[in-house]
Design a binder for this molecule. Structure first.
Ligand SMILES: O=c1[nH]cnc2c1ncn2[C@@H]1O[C@H](CO)[C@@H](O)[C@H]1O
Length: 321
């Protein structure tokens, strides 16, 4: 008998690769999406909520609730770094889609996360695709959240490689480094997928042609919005294609065996020129001195990925939609 699908909440800042991850989740029988929570990052939170509602309408899944998240960082910071140059001013490839008909639920993202984790203790996986503000607030607001939540799979960090905001920092961690440090040191069951892994997973120009030729509903929609994302990658990187950050991280929840992992303590630099840097202590040396990594809980960090299988799974599921 097939296992019961894993309940997931996607915390998201849609975002073109977020749209891919959301559609992939909706096409994956291994998981059941029980809600979307929104956050700033690729766009401001208000627009993230609007885009989340819009994407669920496109998918015909308005039964899935959307809860709006924080508009500011955990330290109440309002000077946010928004990646509209990656995703377009509307976050979805400058397509000027009509506003969604639906509305977010009354409950905030943080209250929704806390409630669902408590309702299905140990059974809910949060897939966090943006800055970690909502997750950190849930951890701070409810001392039981860390043990109630099943797992937190997060897209964030650049482990032993350069960042994508600057040489030190990856965008989601840079968006709220204080929140990220709270999450990494919380003791929750955490799997981090950094850009050291997602930069191995590329959708090529040829893959995109293939998407365009299919009749899949999601494939067709994505081909419309992918232009901006491809243009940005052609300019910023030397790849003939785009990095599949969010869908790759989502697949950790769907099929963890597509990755290998290491385990250690992760701390985040919260100030200075390396603000947003993620540093994994691999426990290979026992230090004499007490450090900021001593006595902190460990997390799992993805190390390798079966990239061809990830790309194929994504393509197949989007084309058969
Ligand atoms: O160059 C970039 N600057 C800022 N954000 C980016 C860039 N490239 C991708 N992303 C966005 O940040 C997350 C991965 O770090 C992804 O969600 C991606 O959409």
């Amino acid at each position: 008998m097939a296992a019961e699908p894993k309940k997931i909440i996607i915390d998201t800042d849609p975002g073109i690769d977020d749209a891919m991850a959301i559609f992939l989740a909706l096409r994956s029988p291994e998981v059941e999406v029980i809600g979307l929570t929104t956050i700033y990052g690729n766009v401001y939170t208000t627009l993230a909520t609007r885009n989340a509602l819009h994407l669920l309408e496109i998918a015909g899944r308005t039964d899935i609730p959307v809860a709006e998240g924080s508009h500011v960082t955990i330290t109440q910071g309002t000077k946010l770094r928004i990646a509209d140059f990656v995703h377009g001013a509307d976050g979805l490839g400058n397509q000027n889609f009509p506003p969604p008909k639906g509305n977010p639920i009354e409950q905030s993202a943080v209250d929704f996360l806390i409630e669902q984790a408590n309702l299905y203790r140990g059974k809910v996986t949060v897939v966090a695709l943006g800055p970690l503000t909502n997750i950190a607030l849930a951890i701070q607001q409810d001392p039981a959240f860390v043990k109630n939540i099943g797992q937190i799979v997060l897209l964030g960090g650049a482990f032993a490689v350069n960042g994508n905001v600057n040489p030190a920092a990856e965008a989601n961690i840079f968006g709220d480094p204080d929140a990220a440090d709270v999450v990494f040191t919380s003791g929750a069951d955490i799997v981090a997928v950094g850009i050291n892994v997602t930069h191995q997973v590329v959708m090529t120009d040829a893959d995109r042609e293939k998407l365009a030729l299919s009749n899949g509903k999601f494939a067709q929609y994505l081909c419309k919005i992918l232009d901006v994302y491809f243009s940005y990658h052609h300019e910023a990187y030397c790849t003939r294609g785009v990095y599949l950050h969010d869908p790759t991280a989502l697949l950790v929840a769907v099929n963890p065996s597509l990755f290998t992992y290491t385990e250690g303590v992760v701390r985040v630099q919260t100030s200075g020129i390396t603000r947003g840097l993620t540093l994994l202590y691999n426990k290979q040396k026992r230090f004499e001195e007490i450090t900021e990594w001593s006595d902190k809980p460990t997390v799992k960090v993805a190390v390798t990925v079966d990239a061809p299988t990830v790309v194929k799974l994504l393509m197949d599921r989007l084309m058969n939609s």
